[in-house]
Ligand binder design. Structure first.
Ligand code: NDP
Length: 435
């Protein structure tokens, strides 16, 4: 805390892990007295750099770029790039720290990292986005590589941005390699990668519900966000027979009483991915839907909640409201969307709660599958990748059950995910010595 006191999000993420992992360390002699967690909270490398670029009016703009290379004990650093005005070292360190545990849970050989910039893509032209992405990569390229560090997308970084960054990396290195994931189909991308985080979040929830003899069929689902993760969490929920009642963005939420139809979800995708507009544009075409400005959707009565927008977007009071309205399952699509108070409420009420590092790991897992396909110079079919994704989510669920079983038979998925993620990384660090 002394060293990182000015980084609230990072401390929040570390505290959550420490609370569950320290008792485990104390009980297990091989980890005891090795300061293993103290080593894990210090990034192996933290890179910060200037990104200068020229906007459409000819003015020079300056942003700050970052890459946090957190832990490479079990594989090359792996984790997304976020472009959002709120990006700072604290947010990226919390994300990189979570990523280490998440990647360990996937069963694939990937270390943890995260990066991005305080650049705001909203309202920028395609040309401005391209110039920024190119400028960003002219520095980042020297720190990454297919066996060193393999970034992907996150908030504000989708297929368009990955394309621009990949183009510049290839030009600078004169090498066509799988240095980024989330690439386009025709140039090294994997089928199912765009869908993977949202689908995986739903698959994880399905596994939790199955233990209770429950399913998605006929359930009311409330989703926050309307970006990459939210769109495909909604798609899979609808496919499984659930009613998706809400989607949102930072300006408010849309409520559809009978649940979004497939056609209506397609329109949300058009607004967000093609027009790059606001969620409120939805009511121009579907006036019977309700737009609630400047509010989050957690007061809407539901069976399942999937927070898929951003960190700390669901607080203790909102958690109480969800529970009061009968919500039985929360599966986090975003990273750390529930505040510590909200998690406390869910656990106290003994409803099913999956932390993002377990439930949203399907995205990075499929990125790992993209890396494998790139190395093999092969493309697997949609069915094959989806089957692997389902299997990985089931394995992650089972690891959480193994390490998170309570005396009464219920599962503490937070403890389970933290300990299962910790063990693999800690064992590798111990084997590699003090470095
Ligand atoms: P996108 O940029 O595609 O979408 C983000 C969505 O969240 C948008 O609807 C956005 O609304 C909303 N949002 C972002 N910041 C805020 C904020 N401060 N307040 C309210 N709403 C906000 O990002 P993704 O869907 O890729 O990412 C969403 C979450 O999922 C993040 O936490 C990310 O770290 C996590 N995640 C993503 C993975 C992936 O594969 N993409 C993998 C694992 C986790 P608006 O447009 O108004 O900003």
């Amino acid at each position: 805390e002394k060293r990182n006191g000015h980084e609230p999000e990072f401390l929040q993420a570390v505290r959550e892990v420490a609370e569950t992992v320290i008792p485990y360390i104390i009980q297990h002699d091989i980890y005891n007295g090795k300061n293993i967690l103290l080593r894990m909270v210090e990034p192996e490398r933290l890179i910060s750099f200037r990104v200068s670029w020229v906007d459409d009016s000819g003015e020079i703009q300056v942003n700050r770029g970052y890459r946090i290379q957190m832990n490479s004990a079990i594989g090359p650093y792996k984790g997304g790039l976020r472009f959002h005005p709120t990006v700072n070292a604290s947010i990226l360190k919390f994300l990189a720290f979570e990523q280490v545990f998440k990647n360990s849970l996937t069963t694939l050989p990937m270390g943890g990292g995260k990066g991005g910039s305080d650049f705001d893509p909203k309202g920028k032209s395609d040309n401005e986005i391209m110039r920024f992405c190119h400028a960003f990569m002219t520095e980042l390229f020297r720190h990454i590589g297919p066996n060193t560090d393999v970034p992907a997308g996150d908030i504000g970084v989708g297929a368009r941005e990955i394309g621009f960054m990949f183009g510049m990396y290839k030009k600078l290195n004169n090498e066509f390699t799988g240095v980024l994931t989330g690439k386009g189909q025709s140039w090294g991308g994997s089928l199912i990668r765009p869908e993977a985080t949202g689908y995986g979040t739903v698959y994880f929830a399905q596994n939790m519900l199955k233990r209770k003899n429950e399913s998605f069929s006929g359930k009311k689902v409330v989703i926050s966000g309307s970006g990459n993760v939210a769109q495909f969490a909604a798609e899979k929920s609808i496919e499984l027979g659930a009613k998706v009642l809400t989607l949102s963005d930072s300006s408010g939420y849309i409520y559809v009483e009978n649940g979004f139809s497939t056609e209506q979800l397609q329109y949300v995708m058009h607004i967000k991915n093609v027009k790059r507009g606001r969620i409120s544009d939805f009511i121009d075409k579907y006036p019977s839907a309700k737009f609630v400005a400047n509010q989050r959707p957690w007061s809407v009565s539901c069976d399942i909640a999937l927070p898929c927008a951003t960190q700390n977007e669901l607080n203790g009071d909102e958690a109480k409201q969800l529970i009061k309205n009968g919500c039985m399952c929360v599966s986090e699509g975003a990273n750390m969307p529930s505040t510590p108070e909200a998690i406390h409420e869910f656990q106290h009420a003994k409803i099913l709660f999956a932390p993002g590092k377990a439930s949203n790991a399907g995205g990075v897992a499929t990125s790992g599958l993209e890396m494998s396909q790139n190395s093999l110079r092969l493309s697997w079919s949609r069915k094959e990748v989806d089957e692997r994704l389902k299997e990985i989510m089931e394995n992650i669920h089972n690891s959480c059950v193994q390490y998170g079983q309570n005396e009464d038979g219920s599962i503490d998925y937070v403890r389970g995910a933290n300990i299962a993620g910790f063990v693999k990384v800690a064992d590798a660090m111990l084997a590699q010595g003090i470095i």
